[in-house]
Write a protein that binds this ligand. Structure first.
Ligand SMILES: [Zn+2]
Length: 73
Protein backbone atom coordinates (compact mmCIF):
# COMPACT_ATOMS: atom_id res chain seq x y z
CA UNK A 1 0.00 0.00 0.00
CA UNK A 2 2.11 2.90 -1.21
CA UNK A 3 -0.58 5.26 -2.43
CA UNK A 4 0.64 8.15 -0.28
CA UNK A 5 1.27 11.03 -2.64
CA UNK A 6 -0.57 9.42 -5.53
CA UNK A 7 -3.48 11.80 -5.09
CA UNK A 8 -1.23 14.56 -6.42
CA UNK A 9 -1.37 12.95 -9.83
CA UNK A 10 -5.04 13.95 -9.81
CA UNK A 11 -4.95 17.22 -7.87
CA UNK A 12 -2.77 20.33 -8.18
CA UNK A 13 -1.55 22.08 -5.07
CA UNK A 14 -2.47 25.76 -5.28
CA UNK A 15 -0.79 26.93 -2.08
CA UNK A 16 -2.45 29.53 0.12
CA UNK A 17 -5.13 31.52 -1.66
CA UNK A 18 -6.49 34.81 -0.39
CA UNK A 19 -9.53 34.22 1.77
CA UNK A 20 -8.46 30.78 2.97
CA UNK A 21 -6.36 29.93 5.99
CA UNK A 22 -5.25 26.54 4.68
CA UNK A 23 -3.46 25.65 1.49
CA UNK A 24 -5.80 24.71 -1.33
CA UNK A 25 -5.74 22.08 -4.01
CA UNK A 26 -7.66 21.83 -7.28
CA UNK A 27 -9.03 18.78 -8.99
CA UNK A 28 -7.26 18.21 -12.32
CA UNK A 29 -10.51 17.17 -14.00
CA UNK A 30 -12.99 19.81 -12.82
CA UNK A 31 -12.98 23.23 -11.15
CA UNK A 32 -13.42 21.81 -7.65
CA UNK A 33 -11.04 23.11 -4.99
CA UNK A 34 -10.61 22.00 -1.40
CA UNK A 35 -8.11 22.05 1.44
CA UNK A 36 -4.80 20.64 0.27
CA UNK A 37 -4.97 17.42 2.28
CA UNK A 38 -5.01 13.86 0.97
CA UNK A 39 -8.24 13.17 2.88
CA UNK A 40 -10.15 16.12 1.41
CA UNK A 41 -8.91 15.43 -2.09
CA UNK A 42 -9.84 11.76 -1.89
CA UNK A 43 -13.32 12.71 -0.68
CA UNK A 44 -13.87 14.68 -3.86
CA UNK A 45 -11.97 12.28 -6.09
CA UNK A 46 -14.46 9.50 -5.23
CA UNK A 47 -17.42 11.56 -6.42
CA UNK A 48 -15.81 13.61 -9.19
CA UNK A 49 -18.10 13.15 -12.17
CA UNK A 50 -15.24 13.88 -14.57
CA UNK A 51 -13.13 11.02 -13.20
CA UNK A 52 -13.86 7.61 -14.70
CA UNK A 53 -14.47 4.52 -12.60
CA UNK A 54 -11.40 2.93 -14.22
CA UNK A 55 -9.18 5.67 -12.84
CA UNK A 56 -10.81 5.37 -9.41
CA UNK A 57 -10.29 1.62 -9.35
CA UNK A 58 -6.66 2.09 -10.29
CA UNK A 59 -6.30 4.42 -7.33
CA UNK A 60 -8.50 2.79 -4.68
CA UNK A 61 -8.37 -0.81 -5.87
CA UNK A 62 -10.59 -3.11 -7.92
CA UNK A 63 -13.18 -3.33 -5.16
CA UNK A 64 -13.92 0.38 -5.34
CA UNK A 65 -17.46 1.51 -6.01
CA UNK A 66 -18.62 5.10 -6.23
CA UNK A 67 -20.58 6.27 -3.20
CA UNK A 68 -24.27 6.48 -4.06
CA UNK A 69 -24.70 9.81 -2.36
CA UNK A 70 -23.14 13.08 -3.40
CA UNK A 71 -20.85 14.84 -0.97
CA UNK A 72 -20.06 17.90 -3.02
CA UNK A 73 -19.21 21.10 -1.17
ZN1 LIG B 1 -13.14 16.81 -9.82
Amino acid sequence: MTKVGKIWEHFTKLGVIEGYKQERAKCNRCPFTCASTVLRCEEHFKVCTNTSIEILKEYFGEEFERPRFNVFG
